[in-house]
Write a protein that binds this ligand. Sequence first.
Ligand code: SF4
Ligand code: SF4
Length: 191
Amino acid sequence: MGAKETLWDPIAGFGVTFRTMFKKPVTEQYPFEKPQTAPRFHGRHQLNRWPDGLEKCVGCELCAWACPADAIYVEGADNSDELDADGNSQRFSPGERYGAVYQINYLRCILCGLCIEACPTRALTMTNEYELADDNRADLIYEKSDLLAPLAPGMEAPPHAPRYGDEKNYFRGEFVEEPARLTDLLKEGQS
Ligand code: SF4
Ligand code: SF4
């Protein structure tokens, strides 16, 4: 190495240091300040509801079949318009079937979004939530209760009778309240 390089290299190196000292720091203060994601960021999944609170999932398992990581487990079951022994509805979704068991294993999930593309009812979408770390394996298997969207004002937790008639009204987006709800009619018939 020549004398010129021996003198110049430390000056050039400190030049970078001095330039950086006057730039705005880019350090993120995570976890004290959570950074905003892009609006279409693929985070934790959500199982959505219709406006009356009934579940959109019909238990078809298409999401599970589409998943390349085998991270989803679904068990479908039949809805029923019969009331149970206590006079309560047994209907969780407007159609024939609903997702009785729904699990996503976040030890396997790669957040690719193929499951939400496969879902025919837009029951399954992804949120911007990225806090998916935990200290044990069991808590990273999310159950249906962990994934269901919270009840918005005006919604009622299933099971209950549909407010908007048959499933075609739901899929067409015709959310006009039925004049008398099925459960009310059935309960009146029993009294
Ligand atoms: S995001 Fe991808 S890996 Fe995760 S459950 Fe859906 S299909 Fe499977
Ligand atoms: S989330 Fe969608 S694709 Fe998966 S079982 Fe439910 S309706 Fe079918």
